[in-house]
Ligand binder design. Structure first.
Ligand code: FCB
Length: 446
């Protein structure tokens, strides 16, 4: 029996996560180049209310205060992402020293106060100049990514040991190039599949570069993983769940685990796969030190092939609380997922690199933000993580998404994920109850 009250291992890392475009602002300062998210958010009709990341949480200027906040919360680690267009404004070629300087100072200060930096190289802000050359569907982007990786790991690798190559390549590829809901807003399945391959290849090829530039590097990739549950015991719904699992999860998990692209999905897409060149798969399956897991919810899969009326009646329904994102709160699936990653895929080490929830938080008359739903979300998901550790899953850390309320992509500022509330007019930060709860939780366990 697992014990949900059991403390976490002493060396478990407690952190919080953010991403450059979502918090930094200063979109055109100190030589930063344009990113696909600048272009997309500045295009009318693309984001809710036309919101952009131009200012966001103004973290580019308020980072010292934000580090103080983190220190106050007792965070041991901070996962942030580096904006590629700050480092190489045109994607390749000339280096913007001011951009490197920003992250360099940030890292120095984090280390100074005893917070370990975990850097993500790519959290969706591709330099627009590279999109103009074809973006992720074009193979040239792989060399560009390797060049960027080399530049930034040479500059910061003496101080940052923990590196995440990509954040959620499924979202970059399929939401950006197929569904059109994210930058660059294209709607082509062909492009999305090409993009997914070039993302994976960029990951694989940059891992040795990081190891070469960073002594004692700890390198991984972060995937968004969503367990898919059949809506009924019908064969059709089971098939739907297997397909969706292939689409979102296995398409990325399998290649990095030396299994190649899942055959059922290759068959289903029915594309000319000649873009996979000789040696690509070997590069993609380079061993990693850890897998980063972003987990938010599960999905119930209902067949669209068999019409509803001819399918078996649905027997599985959402039962957990529903968040502002319309996502079901379902911590049990995180436990199941972690078990799968250990016993089916055998990853050597796992970090929860994102987990959290959006709720409509408000500052009350006393200047406080009470967010009991978020407290409960984090608490129950941590219980799942703890249970997974007790059955032998090597989970080594947890990063709550997010430190701050921030720019939630196509939803603009309408979804608040932070454990710290941000008033976007004044940039005032207010700890929510969840931040205080988390602070306590960390204290209990370290
Ligand atoms: C993840 C993203 C992160 C944030 C959360 C809510 O898919 O990595 O930037 O938007 O969802």
């Amino acid at each position: 029996m697992t014990d949900i009250n059991k403390k976490f291992p002493k060396d478990f890392i407690w952190g919080a996560a953010t991403a450059s475009y979502q918090i930094e602002g200063a979109y055109n300062e100190d030589g930063r180049g344009e990113s696909i998210w600048d272009r997309f958010s500045h295009t009318p009709g693309k984001t809710l209310d036309g919101d952009t990341g131009d200012v966001a949480c103004n973290h580019y200027h308020l980072w010292r205060d934000d580090i103080k906040l983190m220190k106050g919360l007792g965070l041991q680690a901070y996962r942030f992402s580096i904006a590629w267009p700050r480092i190489l404004p045109s994607g390749t070629g000339s280096i913007n020293e001011a951009g490197i300087d920003f992250y360099s100072k940030l890292v120095d200060e984090l280390l100074e106060v005893g917070i370990k930096p975990y850097a993500t190289l790519y959290h969706w802000d591709l330099p627009q100049a590279l999109q103009d050359k074809g973006g992720w569907p074009a193979r040239m982007v792989v060399d560009a990514f390797v060049e960027y990786t080399d530049v930034i790991t040479r500059a910061l690798g003496d101080r940052i040991k923990d590196w995440i190559t990509l954040n959620e390549p499924w979202v970059s590829a399929f939401v950006g190039y197929q569904d059109g809901r994210h930058a660059p807003g294209h709607t082509s399945q062909d492009e999305a599949i090409l993009a997914s391959h070039h993302l994976l290849l960029s990951h694989g090829r940059s891992v040795p570069v990081i190891r070469n530039n960073v002594k004692d590097a700890n390198v991984g990739i972060t995937l968004n993983l969503t367990p898919k549950v059949p809506a009924s015991p019908s064969i059709a719904d089971k098939k739907a769940a297997i397909w969706e699992d292939g689409y979102v999860n296995r398409w990325f998990l399998d290649p990095i685990s030396s299994r190649g692209y899942p055959e059922d999905m290759v068959k289903s897409y029915n594309k000319d796969m000649s873009f996979v060149q000789q040696g690509d798969m070997d590069e993609i399956e380079v061993p990693i030190d850890f897998l980063g897991v972003n987990y938010y919810t599960r999905n119930i899969a209902r067949s669209q092939v068999v019409p509803e009326k001819e399918n078996l009646p649905q027997t599985v329904f959402r039962e957990g609380e529903i968040t502002e994102m319309d996502w079901e709160v379902y911590p049990q699936s995180l436990y199941d997922l972690l078990g799968r990653l250990r016993f089916e895929y055998n990853f050597p080490s796992i970090y929860i690199t994102e987990n959290g929830a959006a709720f409509p938080d408000e500052v009350n008359g006393d200047g406080e933000v009470h967010d009991p739903s978020r407290v409960s979300y984090i608490q129950t998901h941590l219980e799942s993580v703890n249970k997974a550790i007790q059955i032998g899953v090597p989970v080594h850390g947890y990063f709550v998404w997010s430190l701050l309320d921030n720019f939630e992509w196509g939803f603009g500022y309408s979804k608040r994920f932070g454990i710290v509330h941000v008033d976007y007019k004044t940039q005032k930060r207010t700890l929510k109850s969840s931040a205080k709860w988390y602070q306590n939780k960390i204290q209990e366990n370290v």
